[in-house]
Design a protein around this ligand. Sequence first.
Ligand code: DX5
Ligand code: ZN
Length: 236
Amino acid sequence: MSTQLPSNNFRILPSILSADFGKLVEEARQVDIAEIEYLHVDVMDGHFVPNLTFGPRIVESLKKHTRFKLDVHLMIEQLERQLPWFLEVQPDILTVHVEAVTHLHRAVRQIRESGIQAGVALNPATSLEAVRWVLEEVDLVLIMSVNPGFGGQQFIPASLEKIKELNRWKIEQKAHFVIEVDGGIAPDNIGAVYLAGAEYLVAGNAVFGQKDRPKAVKDLIHAVQEAQRKLGLMEI
Ligand code: DX5
Ligand code: ZN
């Protein structure tokens, strides 16, 4: 039973999609507190998802002007064309959508060979089977808990079972990839997401949609700690 317990090693990753794009660096610095290691950066091309956001030069600027590690979530079609630009920028994590790339295994290898941690992302309707045969090659699996494209959407409840199932695979295979969850995470559901097996918890609206950003981060952390505490009580 104890091997099924979630890791204590969780992180909150603020998504700058919900920040003010006119002052991104300033906004990012508002979450410059000890608890935050990574910023989550959503790259959207207006094709794979309807929305448009940042290109590699903005990722490069964030890297230059903030102290954060960067977790770049690519929501782009024709990945092969743009991947070299993002490899060159050298974010810490680079995640590609399984629905958007034909040669997933090759893309993942390319990312790792560039010295970057490789992530694979799944839309809500995509089965876990889509990543089964690359699990040994990846550092992170991103379960989307909303349909990608916009911040501030409602968490899709079925995501919880998907996270649990992936966590079961991870335990069975003694694998080391991180489970990340993105979309609709808020203080009232983050505990359940964590208990299902997620370690990297992305939050856009729940951080940058709030006035006091450091407090918003701490509220999310406290909600996870509360879930941990309850689990501890339940086990006695
Ligand atoms: C959605 C993005 C998310 C987004 C999450 O396509 O991938 O990273 O910022 O925003 P919230 O937390 O507001 O759902
Ligand atoms: Zn994202």
